[in-house]
Design a protein. Structure first.
Lengths: 482, 482
């Protein structure tokens, strides 16, 4: 492990992370919101630390970074971004406590959207923009990670996406990643601008349009309003955001192909078809479940069912209705959505549709095998056989996800949280959703969780976001042996 | 599929099932409890139907029953036993409703122990004995099923136990099964008699000693008392029953070897070591969690922690304390136990330790593989490599278990049950435990569950008991195609 090279790369990252603080800095000047100096100091420290790391460490050979080093870079990048990203919160006094500030920052960069801020509207505009920006940048990181890096690290079955887009070959982090990244970021930026435009056209203030679009595309879920999207009480905003949450839940390489002219690409992708089908079925179930007991008009029931199911399954976490008061069936469906997640290669978290499809196919194959013991029946996705090693990788991912989920729930319950809160807080953070049930429900926030619990949830957010393996592998003795 | 041969075998089963009703019949005479005629009619109908089926259908070739026919026999045996077993409840008026009577009877034969009877002590002694006897006979069925039949049907990784005991070769149901069965039943009978003796020595009435031993060994959990084991308030009874629940949770082929003189067999078996370790760790955790808030003496906390953890993880379901009032950590541990279960080849249900071990090893292997992509590292159990097809079979089992669990929970919640009750009722029936949480908690019963819900839970009990595949395979189109 060449730590010097790793830290040099983290230095480059820090430099750009610091630069990104100039955007909220400008906003703080425009609004004279009093957050200028806190953002300035954060910029100086973050970019400064990047420059120091970059120039102190001699340039090495980047083209031959190993798989293990790749994983270390990915994990350390998010940990470091979380740390430096918390500085504006701390310096401005918006979040005076280190645990809380790190929680909010990691929740941003992992695009989770779990918040510890009770009165969001009282924050300076500069800090509010920074909070949204952490999610938007986290989303950029995730797209590159899930489409251009993880497939080559062989993590959790993501290998299936190797051929999707021009990408570097085998398990080396090569310069071509930056080409892939640039292409994908253009798509990401384009859809974000589209959403800002549509929200602004519907008369959402420009600042809020930007912040909400910044938190939709990464399936983040931070809002500038205390009452999240519910506060606008606008069917138009909800409709626009629902559509863009679905777009954000789709593999970005499909968007890339679509923009290149392959208009039937969504329809032809097997994962996308299943994603949309699940979405439609669950929205219908929830609509009829809440029509009557919660909403007295079918259109209202549909509007909120569509928004909340989409928000949770894409792991965004925006709220238009206090779904913790919905009937048990709807709550269980939303809880289930927290585990399903959106498509692989999207900005969404959790287990993801592609893995769910392959697990289901595996289950059915075993039934088939018992009936026809001698038949060979490879599992296929979109007509192509899936290698057994990819399936093994997905099973490993699934069992690790469940195991870490259970361990975290046990810890949360042992520090005194009730069963529902223990379950939901872990499900909502390891799946990068944000709001859960119980104490951390849609109209509450994570402030009352004890500090130890917050650190457990921080760990869950990072674990979930980096597809478990990338983090957990660093805890395996085999990783550190030469 | 040769249905005639299948029904002829069911006829033989019915004949003996009817004969077994003579035991409660004799008890009803001794106690003059008024259940004589209801048991007599049940005996005549059950054995009579067996004789009719047996003589009406011509003898066929039993030595060449196919795998598919084997599964049909197993599933139909349990469905049929449930039906005829419910007759004494119906005829005596103890349970006048057909759904409830079938629920209680299936709960007995699947050794679940979920009850719909509110005032158990008001039942005639003959009916009480029959209720316990359904569990004891269900347990006999399970031992033969899990050690002598399922391994040869290739179900859910049970193939691993193929070599454990003299057994028929490959997937044919041959006469040697009856030899294996007799050997195992001797062990089962011996341990049952030992428990009856020890309970009776502690001055439990003979009738209650017999009934409780009949419900301990199959990890059933029906009691003759409204308050289950708590009603005796005796540390001695609890201690004896705890030990015998552990014995019942161990693979019966180990008991067989132990009685043959292999005294270190428990210690040497990898699954048994993990089972005991999990048990010890969870008992310690629960003891310290309930010491203080629930019990003010450490010995009391230990006594109830040991009993309840053992009762739930072995899927027995006896109760000495209202664990639904315990702190969240203990409740979550008990909920987890409902999924873990005891050893394969025991009378316990749920996922089972052997599968949990292999799933965990698979998860760790994937971490190892990411670090050493080119290393070949077969998964081993007790030093022997486990074939990949067995692992595939276990993964299939696991995903089907989870899927059916989720589907059943969705149905339960859609008929109006709350989240906790929906979760716990399905977990406690598909895992063959009995009592759950919420409406179906340790001091409640299943009577308030709507009829549709009861049928869903009946399906869950059979699914769980017959290792999912045996039942679900009959719903696959491939099963019925020639």
């Amino acid at each position: 492990m060449r730590f010097r090279q790793i830290f040099r790369l983290i230095g480059i990252l820090n430099f750009f992370l610091g630069l990104s603080m100039l955007a909220p800095l400008i906003v703080s000047i425009i609004y004279s919101d009093g957050s200028f100096f806190s953002l300035l100091y954060s910029f100086i420290i973050t970019s400064g630390s990047g420059i120091v790391l970059f120039f102190l460490i001699k340039r090495g050979d980047y083209t031959s970074l190993s798989q293990r080093e790749g994983m270390a870079i990915v994990t350390l990048s998010w940990l470091s971004a979380g740390f430096f990203g918390s500085l504006p919160f701390l310096f401005s006094g918006s979040i005076p406590n280190i645990t809380n500030a790190y929680f909010e920052s990691i929740s941003g960069f992992t695009t989770t959207g779990a918040s510890i801020i009770s009165n969001i509207e009282s924050l300076p505009k500069g800090i509010l923009l920074w909070r949204s920006l952490t999610q938007w940048m986290g989303g950029m990181g995730i797209i590159v990670l899930s489409i251009a890096i993880l497939p080559f690290l062989g993590v959790g079955g993501m290998q299936l996406y190797k051929a999707e887009i021009p990408s570097p070959i085998v398990d080396k982090l090569q310069p071509r990643i930056s080409e892939t990244a640039k292409t994908l970021w253009k798509v990401y930026l384009f859809i974000t601008l589209l959403e800002i435009g549509l929200l602004f056209l519907g008369r959402m203030p420009l600042f809020d349009s930007i912040c909400h679009a910044f938190c939709t595309m990464p399936t983040g879920g931070f809002s500038t309003q205390n009452g999240s999207i519910a506060q606008f009480n606008s069917a138009y905003f909800e409709g626009v955001i629902t559509v863009f949450m679905i777009l954000a839940g789709i593999n970005f390489s499909l968007h890339f192909k679509f923009l290149k002219g392959a208009f039937r690409v969504f329809d032809r992708d097997p994962e996308c078809r299943v994603f949309i089908s699940i979405l439609v079925i669950l929205i219908i179930l929830v609509t009829f479940n809440i029509y009557g007991p919660i909403y007295h008009s079918l259109s209202h029931a549909f509007r909120h069912a569509a928004f909340q199911v989409t928000s949770i399954i894409t792991t965004t976490g925006f709220v238009t209705s206090n779904y913790a008061n919905w009937p048990a069936l709807s709550q269980i469906i939303l809880l289930l959505c927290m585990f399903i997640g959106a498509m692989a290669g999207s900005t969404g978290g959790a287990i993801k549709i592609m893995r769910i499809i392959l697990l289901a196919k595996h289950g059915y194959r075993e039934i088939f095998r018992l009936v026809h013991p001698h038949a060979v029946r490879p599992i296929k996705l979109g007509g192509k056989p899936v290698p057994e090693e990819v399936l093994n990788s997905i099973w490993g991912f699934f069992i690790l996800y469940l195991t870490l989920f259970i361990v975290a729930v046990i810890i949360m319950s042992s520090i005194g949280l009730d069963i529902i809160t223990s379950f939901a807080s872990v499900a909502a953070t390891i799946g990068n959703i944000g709001p859960g049930f119980g104490l951390v429900g849609p109209v509450n926030n994570y402030l009352p969780v004890p500090d130890l619990g917050k650190w457990v949830l921080i760990f869950c957010m990072i674990l979930g976001r980096l597809e478990i393996y990338t983090v957990i592998i660093m805890l395996a003795p085999a990783y550190w042996r030469k």
